[in-house]
Design a protein. Structure first.
Length: 321
């Protein structure tokens, strides 16, 4: 017998998160750790006051229209909220929160890994050694593109973009960025602001995407924008697959205009785009930007902090709708 709020957790969150959630709430955990389907989300909205979805649970306008009035808050376990129709949720009076800040360093680490791995032929090198096909060496063998001192273009200088810039400074990179608004001088730390992609792209020997997926940023990287990158540029995406026209990127890789790409995000997830797999200069990971133990705990705790505030009658710190 309890009057504690009920929360539904569709994916297997970290042990520390579950322990804390179970201490403070009535928790229903979906036991198979597969993405919550539209039907499950609708069904659970009648049994729970809150849900903690990940980016794998899609709260589209259709789903939101069918939600039971019992559901009061969607406390996302993600910084990205493109899986939620924020307007539909707000119109229905459902509060939405996300988990900013806590995953910036982990995601920036993966961007760095992808940038280095793509530039230095990590996929091919690993295959050669792993399969016993490494049978020669010469000064022209597996020559890559030097990261140290190169020009880096960052699209989206939010928390993750700034964390990546910080790491890139350690490699002596010359940092250029485009963002909706210019950073305060203290936050720029010598990075050059570009009001538009027109001037950013031609100076981006390496280009890394860190902006949210919105209707405005869909296919931001397309045939036209790719063609404005310098010959031999390297593209990194740890943000969202929606930002990239994948056919255009594959064509630019095949033509050699783009030397390599490092991708943690794809239009179709899970699964990715098999057309990339034919190219060893595409270094791919399965959307694991924030996947460290410390960050998963921090994301879970941040989602719970938002729930705690909400159920205490306060404004959750990370409210996005
Ligand atoms: C995020 O938090 O948006 C990451 O992509 C993981 O979901």
């Amino acid at each position: 017998m309890t009057d504690r709020p009920v929360i539904w957790i569709p994916r297997r969150l970290s042990d520390a998160t579950l322990e804390r959630a179970q201490r403070d709430y009535e928790v229903i955990v979906k036991d198979d750790d597969t993405p919550g389907t539209a039907e499950e989300i609708v069904e659970m909205s009648a049994r729970a006051d809150a849900i903690i979805p990940c980016h794998s649970e899609h709260l589209t306008a259709d789903v939101v229209a069918r939600l039971d009035p019992r559901l009061k808050i969607v406390a996302n376990h993600s910084v990205g909220v493109d899986h939620c129709d924020l307007k539909a949720l707000a119109d229905k009076g459902i509060v939405v929160t996300n988990t900013p800040d806590v995953l910036s360093d982990a995601t920036a680490e993966i961007a760095m890994l992808l940038m280095l791995g793509a530039a230095r032929h990590a996929v091919r090198g690993d295959r050669l050694v792993r399969t016993g096909a490494w049978d020669s060496w010469s000064p022209s063998f597996m020559v890559g593109k030097q990261v140290t001192g190169a020009r880096l273009g960052i699209i989206g200088m939010g928390r993750v973009g700034r964390a990546f810039a910080e790491k890139a400074r350690g490699f002596g990179m010359e940092i250029h960025y485009h963002n909706r608004s210019r950073l305060a001088p203290g936050d720029e730390k010598g990075a050059t602001f570009h009001e538009s992609l027109e001037t950013l792209l031609p100076v981006s020997d390496f280009l890394s995407l860190h902006c949210p997926a919105t209707p405005e940023t869909t296919d931001l990287l397309n045939e036209s924008t790719l063609s404005r990158l310098p010959e031999g540029a390297v593209v990194v995406n740890t943000a969202r697959g929606a930002l990239v026209d994948e056919d255009a990127l594959i064509a630019a890789i095949e033509s050699g205009h783009i030397m390599a790409a490092g991708l943690d995000c794809f239009k179709v997830e899970p699964g990715g785009n098999p057309a990339f797999a034919a190219h060893e200069n595409v270094f791919m990971l399965p959307h694991i930007g924030s996947a460290t133990r410390a960050t998963r705990d921090a994301m879970g705790f941040r989602a719970l902090d938002n729930l705690d505030a909400f159920f205490a009658g306060q404004e959750p710190g990370d409210r996005v709708a």
